[in-house]
Design a protein around this ligand. Structure first.
Ligand SMILES: Nc1nc2c(ncn2[C@@H]2O[C@H](COP(=O)(O)OP(=O)(O)OP(=O)(O)O)[C@@H](O)[C@H]2O)c(=O)[nH]1
Ligand SMILES: [K+]
Ligand SMILES: [Mg+2]
Length: 401
């Protein structure tokens, strides 16, 4: 065997002695490895035939087989090397295609979420210990002491709950993973399809002078400044003159507009659909420059654009990215996946107790809420941390007073 954690060069041969490759070998004895188990790495020359030949030679060794999808990460989890949130981050990291996806996934994989959960668990535990101590060892007749203890627990719960709410208000990890949706909409012949083609630099959508050319929603992925987005071209909106197929297209366009993260509106500013994030665009400027009425209308827009001359395209790019950034987490801010958010939201519900309510004065109920809140947090990391920590904590307690 090569020395642990040192690369060594070796001639690889198949069981019959025929040469396979000259390769670098690395040997990592467990448990200080990614999976916690013994690991060997073969750094081969990358051709498929080379890899296949080595795999065939290895498969001839009894007990050796190909790992199943995700098996390394699963073993790392089972052996306690990573928790569930880190495993999820790792999965996202492997799937990351853009810079913002990579940064986000790396944060989760390196334990940003897990560390936050651990901090909350610790505080819940302190509160639990306070509640238990009062319930088990205090003088039961001292009402003031009892109420003081309950009040401190409720205050502590409110503090943690407020932090959880702050995390829940952040954008969801899925937004980054699936890409922000940017929808191009406006009346027929506004130049919507021409614009999407200019953005993706190919003939994605049919362009023609016939009003009502686009009927389906045409969606395409596009990353701007490392932010994953999905751009959609839509059917032109009009009340009259649409045939039955175009009418279906208009319904789809309206659904796309409602679901859009960002709306690019290529129509009269007065007719813009209600949407929280709209960029008003006066399109086809090369056609109307000098026309007083159109110039006045364009002055009410966010930007003047011509896909034909390229006027305003840089600005549009910048505006979209600026708006997208408001929907993304701030730098260094960890975000959660849907599964993690659901668990966090449940924990938050257990921890929110109305001051002055019947429950707020009842330490037994408060202790139960703390336990349920902590159990919900446990689900984020997939570790029954709280039960273990409770044992450890009470082991340290000096109960005898
Ligand atoms: N000169 C000039 N012509 C443009 C520009 N943008 C679009 N056009 C022309 O305007 C016409 C309509 O463009 P489209 O991109 O098909 O418009 P649309 O909004 O997708 O139309 P529908 O799909 O029918 O709703 C075509 O003949 C385009 O060549 C532009 O910036 N300048
Ligand atoms: K058209
Ligand atoms: Mg079109």
């Amino acid at each position: 065997m090569p020395a642990p954690r040192y690369a060594s060069l070796a001639e690889l041969r198949d069981p019959k002695g025929a040469p396979l490759d000259r390769a670098l070998l690395l040997w990592f004895p467990g448990p200080r490895t990614a999976t916690g188990e013994d690991l060997a790495e073969f750094h081969l020359h990358g051709g498929r035939a080379v890899v296949a030949a080595l795999e065939a030679a290895l498969a001839a060794i009894p007990g050796l087989r190909r790992a199943e999808a995700g098996e390394f990460t699963r073993r790392a989890f089972l052996n306690g090397r990573i928790d569930l949130a880190e495993a999820e981050g790792l999965a996202d990291l492997l799937a990351a295609e853009t810079e913002s996806q990579r940064i986000q996934a790396l944060g989760m994989a390196s334990g940003h979420v897990s560390r936050a959960v651990a901090k909350w668990q610790e505080r819940l535990l302190e509160l639990m210990a306070g509640a238990e101590a009062e319930l088990n060892f205090a003088d039961e007749d001292d009402v003031d002491v009892y109420e003081g203890a309950a009040r401190r627990v409720v205050e502590g719960m409110a503090e943690v709950s407020a932090e959880l709410l702050e995390w829940l208000a952040r954008p969801a990890a899925e937004v980054i993973a699936e890409g922000l949706s940017v929808v191009i909409a406006g009346p027929p012949n506004a130049g919507k399809s021409t614009l999407i083609n200019a953005l993706v630099q190919r003939e994605l959508a049919i362009v023609s002078p016939v009003a009502g050319t686009t009927r389906d929603v045409i969606e395409t992925p596009l990353a701007l400044d490392g932010i994953a987005m999905r751009f959609s071209d839509t059917a032109g909106l009009r009340g009259e003159g649409a045939d039955s197929i175009e009418a279906i297209g208009i319904e789809r366009a309206q659904a796309a507009i409602s679901a859009a993260d960002i709306l690019l509106w290529l129509g009269p500013p007065g007719a813009v659909p209600v949407h929280p994030r709209t960029i008003l665009i006066a399109a086809q400027s090369d056609r109307w420059r000098g026309d007083a009425a159109r110039e006045a209308e364009a002055a009410r827009c966010d930007l003047i654009l011509s896909a034909a001359t390229g006027e305003g395209m840089d600005k549009l790019h910048r505006y979209i990215v600026e708006m997208a950034r408001t929907l993304l987490p701030r730098e260094g801010e960890a975000v959660l996946r849907a599964r993690q958010r659901a668990a966090l939201a449940e924990a938050q519900r257990w921890l929110s107790v109305e001051a002055g309510s019947r429950e707020a004065d009842d330490l037994i109920l408060l202790a139960e809420r703390l336990r349920l809140g902590a159990a919900a947090l446990d689900r984020i990391t997939g570790r029954a941390g709280v039960e273990e920590m409770l044992d450890a904590l009470f082991g340290r307690f000096c109960i005898g007073k």
